[in-house]
Design a protein around this ligand. Structure first.
Ligand SMILES: [Zn+2]
Length: 454
């Protein structure tokens, strides 16, 4: 059996992965808050966890892995959107959630086993909060319920910081009803114009952190294998999830392995609205980048390193994928995944090494193994390849061949050079060799620009 190693943020080291139950490997990823299109950075841990899901399914069996990715459909950012748009909350969250699922599917991600929405688990959250109060880990104050951080002596175990450091480093809201500045909200009151549910503490809504504790418990049980998210969630979100779950179920460990991915940059800069380099997955898809190309670029950087999205990388990814797709067009993924690729992915999701090996397999011309091995990374699947077949450039390639013939005979290269320059400005990579010509569209390819040629 393939041995899997994963870097566990909780232990700050890479360790051998041994599932609690090999008949049911369980993983949980914190999903999106649905009020707007997913930005490109949101896709990173989804792709990372998708590769993890594919790895676990291959190693333990496809029916023996349970993957939960939640949807946060109750949050103050959503409430603000309701106010500013005048739209119904459910209309906003339904629409945004469906956009999200569509966008993640276009990037070649498999559907998780469960995609629970927070609003479907309000009863479970209320139950857990009441239990935390009963056990002395939470208290009610002015319609709020707060978690008492001092009641859990392992608080800070994930981020490795002391409570004092966290107070100093975090912008903690010091509300008068808090016994301690680090205490965080489990339940808060809702004014009549805001969505709310009835509870023993009055009409209100849950704080953010409790939903993941309640949903993971409901779908995966008190202890499960892997929990993940962006490293920006490590504190306070994941730290708070651990505190809630371990205090509610003191005999359990909650998640055994914690995995966190680094953030995304664009052309070397942090993605932000003020820098004008903020874009969504949909923006890129609409610009003509295929989901598979975007995925390829993501996989070319290890999840634990900051990832830089650049146009040059996308152009290069598209060239390689076109070549691989051409090679594997009539291949069947009948062969086994290459052991080298499998071992690379099993080594803390080393997708970078796995891609190097895919290149080597392609260089050997082993198209069946290329297709089979790429599937472990979610690449070269039959359902994702339409983009590569979309444009038939044979007409333009023939035109260029003819122009070359004529030029060679007449020794007048003006027309040929003109044709080449139009192709290049339309975004085509022009490759001419003794055996023929090949036109390879780059990410910025605009077929409309070829219409100028008579
Ligand atoms: Zn979460």
């Amino acid at each position: 059996m393939t041995i899997i190693h994963l870097r566990n943020s909780l232990k700050r080291k890479k360790e051998r992965f041994i599932p609690l139950d090999p008949e049911n490997v369980r993983m949980y990823l914190c999903g999106p808050t649905v009020y707007d299109r997913a930005h490109l950075g949101n896709a990173r841990n989804v792709i990372m966890f998708d590769v993890l899901f594919r790895l676990m399914r291959r190693v333990y069996g496809s029916s023996k892995v349970t993957y939960v990715r939640n949807i946060t459909d109750i949050d103050d950012k959503i409430n603000q959107r309701v106010k500013s748009s005048g739209r119904d909350i459910r209309a906003i969250t339904d629409e945004t959630a469906s956009w999200y699922l569509e966008d993640m599917a276009s990037l070649g991600n498999l559907d998780p086993t469960h995609t629970p929405r927070a609003t479907q688990y309000i009863d479970e959250m209320i139950e857990m909060i009441a239990d935390l109060i009963a056990k002395g880990h939470a208290y009610e104050a002015k319609g709020h319920v707060l978690f008492s951080v001092k009641s859990y002596d392992k608080y800070g175990c994930l981020s490795g910081r002391s409570v004092e450091d966290m107070i100093a480093g975090a912008r903690v809201e010091v509300a008068p009803y808090k016994r301690d500045p680090m205490d965080f909200v489990l339940w808060k009151p809702s004014s009549p114009d805001i969505i709310g549910w009835n509870s023993q503490w009055g009409r209100g809504r849950p704080g953010w952190h409790i939903e993941c504790s309640a949903m993971s418990y409901a779908l995966l049980g008190p202890s499960f294998d892997i929990h993940g998210g962006g490293n920006d969630l490590q504190f306070p979100h994941h730290e708070n999830e651990i505190a809630q779950s371990c205090c509610a179920y003191p005999d359990s460990e909650f998640a055994n392995v914690w995995m966190h991915n680094e953030m995304l940059q664009v052309e070397g800069k942090k993605m932000s609205k003020s820098l004008g380099n903020f874009f969504t997955v949909r923006d890129l898809l609409d610009e003509g980048y295929s989901g598979e190309v975007i995925r390829f670029v993501f996989l070319s950087t290890h999840y634990s390193k900051p990832m830089d999205w650049t146009e040059a990388k996308a152009v290069e990814a598209e060239k390689i994928l076109r070549k691989w797709r051409k090679m594997t067009d009539s291949s069947f993924a009948s062969e086994e995944v290459s052991q080298v690729v499998l071992n690379a992915v099993a080594d803390d999701l080393n997708t970078v090494s796995a891609m190097v090996e895919l290149h080597a397999i392609a260089a050997r011309g082993d198209s069946d193994q290329l297709k089979a091995s790429a599937s472990l990374l979610g690449l070269l699947g039959d359902d994702m390849g339409n983009w590569a077949r979309r444009i038939d450039l044979s007409y333009w390639e023939n035109k260029l061949s003819e122009a070359r013939q004529t030029a060679l005979q007449s020794k007048d290269f003006t027309k040929l050079d003109h044709l080449k320059s139009v192709y290049i400005s339309a975004g085509l990579d022009v490759r001419m060799s003794k055996t023929g010509v090949e036109l390879v569209p780059t990410a910025g390819f605009d077929i409309g620009k070829l219409d100028d040629i008579e």
